[in-house]
Design a protein. Structure first.
Length: 368
C-alpha cells in the first residue's frame, strides 16, 4: 500500500502558495471522485443530502478549485480492504451490492441493509473509493503536500460491521499508509460531534498511534467517555457548546496532548455536525472555530491529512468545508458570496431542517 514518493514527481511543489498554517510553502491538494455525486442512502436518510458535490460546486464558483489541485481517487482493492476489515464482511457487502439485497443473517451479523446503514446501488464502490481517497491523501501528504479529502472521515466503521452510516473506515487506512512508510508517531484527531470510536478501537493496542476525540457528551455512539492516558484522549463537550468553551478545551487539553505525542503526522476528521444548526447534534459552534482548530492541529506535524466526517445540514456543511479548503489553500473568503455561489446554496433542500430554522447567512456568506 505504501508507494514511493517519486510517483508524485508530476505535482510541482514550487507552485505552492504560502500555507496559512505557518509551515512554509506547501501545495494544498483536494481529493474527489465522481462517484460522490451519485445518489446514495435512499430518500429518508440523513446522508441523502448533497454533501461533497456541493462543496466542490461552491469552490468552483469561487475559483478555488483549479484542475491542477484536484486529485481523482480510485477504489481500494479487495486485498487492501482486507488489511483491516474482515474478509467475510468485505465479501458480504460486495455481494449485497451486486444483488441489491442481503439475508436476515447478514443484516444481523454485519449491520447493513438497515435504516442506519442502508443498501443502495453502488454502495461498495462508493465505500471503497472513500478508502482509496484516504490512502491517496496519506501518500500525497508523505510527499510533502497538504491534502483535503472531504468525502473521508467514515470513522465509525468496524472491522466486521457497518456502523453509524460508515461501511469501511477510511481514516484507519490513511493511518496504515503512514505507518507503512515507517512513521512511528501518528496522531488521529477527531473534532466531529460524534466519538471516533472505530478508529480508536482499531489502534487501541498500537503504540505508534495516539487518538484524540472532542465530541458531544451523551451523543451516539455513547462511547468515548471522559478518559485520558498517554495515547488516548477523549474530551466531552456539553450540549450547546459554544466557540469559547470549545477553544478553552482545545487549549487546556487537546493541544497539550498532541504536543506531548510529538507527532510525525496528523490525520484529522473535521466533521461539520458540531456546527450550530446541525440536526444530529446539539452543539453550537461556528465554522471559523473549526477551521482554526484544524490549523492548530495541522501545525503539530509536517505530514497532514484532513478528512471530512459527519454533517447533516447541507448549508452549514458546504460552507464549512468550502471555507476550510480556502483556508488550507490560501484563498480569500469574500464577505458576501457572488450570485453564482448564492444560487448553489439557495437550491439546497433538507427535510431535517425546518424552513423557519434556515439562517439567511447560510445563503449569502461562507463564514459564520
Amino acid at each position: 500500500m505504501n508507494l514511493p514518493s517519486e510517483q508524485f514527481g508530476a505535482l510541482d511543489s514550487s507552485a505552492n502558495s504560502q500555507s496559512p498554517l505557518g509551515l512554509g510553502p506547501r501545495r494544498a491538494l483536494y481529493i474527489d471522485n465522481p462517484v460522490f455525486t451519485q445518489d446514495a442512502f435512499g430518500t429518508a436518510h440523513p446522508l441523502s443530502i448533497p454533501r461533497t458535490q456541493t462543496v466542490a460546486e461552491l469552490c468552483r464558483a469561487l475559483d478555488w478549485l483549479p484542475d491542477d489541485v484536484l486529485i481523482t481517487s480510485t477504489p481500494a482493492s479487495i486485498s487492501t480492504l482486507e488489511r483491516f476489515h474482515d474478509k467475510d464482511y468485505v465479501a458480504a457487502l460486495r455481494d449485497a451490492d451486486i444483488t441489491g439485497r442481503c439475508t436476515t443473517g447478514d443484516l444481523a451479523r454485519y449491520n447493513f441493509g438497515t435504516m442506519e446503514n442502508p443498501l443502495f446501488p453502488g454502495i461498495f464502490e462508493r465505500a471503497a473509493t472513500t478508502v482509496g481517497g484516504s490512502i491517496r491523501a496519506a501518500e500525497l501528504a508523505l510527499a510533502g503536500h497538504l491534502v483535503f479529502h472531504p468525502a473521508g472521515g467514515t470513522h465509525h466503521g468496524q472491522s466486521g460491521r457497518a456502523s453509524g452510516f460508515c461501511y469501511f473506515n477510511d481514516p484507519v487506512f490513511a493511518i496504515l499508509t503512514l505507518l507503512d512508510a515507517g512513521l512511528e508517531r501518528v496522531v488521529y484527531a477527531d473534532i466531529d460531534a460524534h466519538h471516533g470510536d472505530g478508529v480508536e478501537a482499531a489502534f487501541e493496542s498500537d503504540d505508534r498511534v495516539h487518538t484524540l476525540s472532542l465530541h458531544e457528551a451523551g451523543r451516539w455512539p455513547y462511547s468515548g467517555q471522559k478518559n485520558r492516558n498517554t495515547r488516548m484522549c477523549n474530551l466531552l463537550l456539553a450540549k450547546n457548546c459554544d466557540d469559547l468553551a470549545f477553544e478553552s478545551t482545545m487549549h487546556a487539553h487537546a493541544l497539550p496532548f498532541v504536543a506531548q505525542a510529538d507527532p510525525e503526522a496528523v490525520v484529522i476528521t473535521c466533521g461539520a455536525d458540531a456546527l450550530a444548526g446541525d440536526p444530529l447534534s446539539s452543539m453550537n459552534l461556528s465554522n471559523s472555530v473549526l477551521w482554526h482548530a484544524v490549523e492548530q492541529l495541522s501545525a503539530a506535524a509536517k505530514v497532514v491529512v484532513i478528512l471530512g466526517g459527519g454533517g447533516y445540514n447541507p448549508w452549514t456543511l458546504a460552507r464549512c468545508w468550502a471555507g476550510l479548503w480556502a483556508r488550507l489553500a490560501g484563498f480569500d473568503i469574500p464577505a458576501v458570496l457572488p450570485n453564482s455561489a448564492q444560487d448553489i446554496l439557495t437550491r439546497l433542500e433538507c427535510d431535517l431542517v425546518d424552513d423557519e430554522d434556515l439562517n439567511r447567512n447560510w445563503l449569502t456568506r461562507i463564514e459564520d
